[in-house]
Unconditional design. Structure first.
Length: 251
């Protein structure tokens, strides 16, 4: 488990390249990606039949949780033995917390789809117990898949825990809801836009706040999960009451 503050910016690719050019004077490419710190991510999200997690985000509930299976993609087909993360992402006011366990994909499906408590390493037992309780408490089931390409930069020496990421090619689907199946993906943003996130354990260093100001970037509320539901119009009409219109420009 770890605590983080996350700040998001919706920017063009041209803005992203200019920002990355300045950023490289302070941060280095994430070694877990390829030579420029990039890698693919696929998230399988879970929600209740009445979309509790979705509405908690939309309504700005201060304490909220969501469940997902996350795969870091390497270009190979996912199998039952592919390692994935089962994650609960929790938000309390402005602080983000993650609790996660790494499992073979087949085991992750047994836990999340079958709601089975599997024997696992002791360090992960508490996380898995919370996951299963969360599933049963709100009758969670698969809701959407979100996929994108991420380029990440991290601190080499100072500013421990600082990460700046750029997500592009965001797409989603709510029909076939298994990571191992062929996906009918729908774009979530124009191809020339990127979601930039600043993730920090305590506070943003002054040089970074100054850089954000110099590039004239504006904070935006943006949830990939909520955007995926909004993008899928057929399901969207089923969950939004006609008498409850919402401005979704920032989601």
């Amino acid at each position: 488990m770890f605590n983080r503050f996350e700040l998001k910016y919706l920017i063009t690719l041209k803005q992203a390249e200019a920002f990355k050019s300045d950023l490289k004077a302070y941060l280095v490419a994430d070694e877990h990606g390829n030579e420029d710190g990039s890698y693919g991510i696929a998230n399988l999200y879970y929600d209740s039949p009445d979309y509790r997690c979705y509405w908690e985000k939309m309504d700005g509930v201060k304490f909220r949780r969501k469940l997902r299976i996350r795969q870091y993609q390497n270009g190979k087909p996912i199998t039952k033995d592919t390692p994935v993360f089962v994650e609960i992402k929790q938000r309390y006011d402005h602080v983000t917390q993650k609790r996660r366990a790494i499992l073979p994909y087949g085991d992750a499906l047994q836990v999340c789809n079958g709601r089975l408590m599997l024997e696992h390493e002791q360090a992960d037992q508490a996380v898995l117990e919370e996951v299963v309780e969360f599933l049963w408490q709100y009758n969670l089931r698969t809701a959407s898949i979100v996929q994108y390409r991420r380029q990440a930069f991290i601190s080499a020496e100072h500013d421990i825990g600082l990460r700046v990421t750029f997500d592009t090619l965001l797409s989603c689907q709510t029909q076939q809801q298994n990571l191992h199946e062929g996906k009918l993906l729908t774009p979530m943003l124009p191809v020339d836009w990127s979601v930039m996130e600043i993730k920090v354990n305590e506070r943003i260093p002054y040089w970074l706040t100054d850089m954000v100001a110099r590039h004239n970037l504006t904070l935006r509320r943006f949830s990939k999960y909520c955007r995926s539901i909004k993008t899928q119009e057929s399901r969207w009409h089923a969950i939004v009451p006609a008498a409850n219109p919402i401005n979704l420009q920032e989601y």
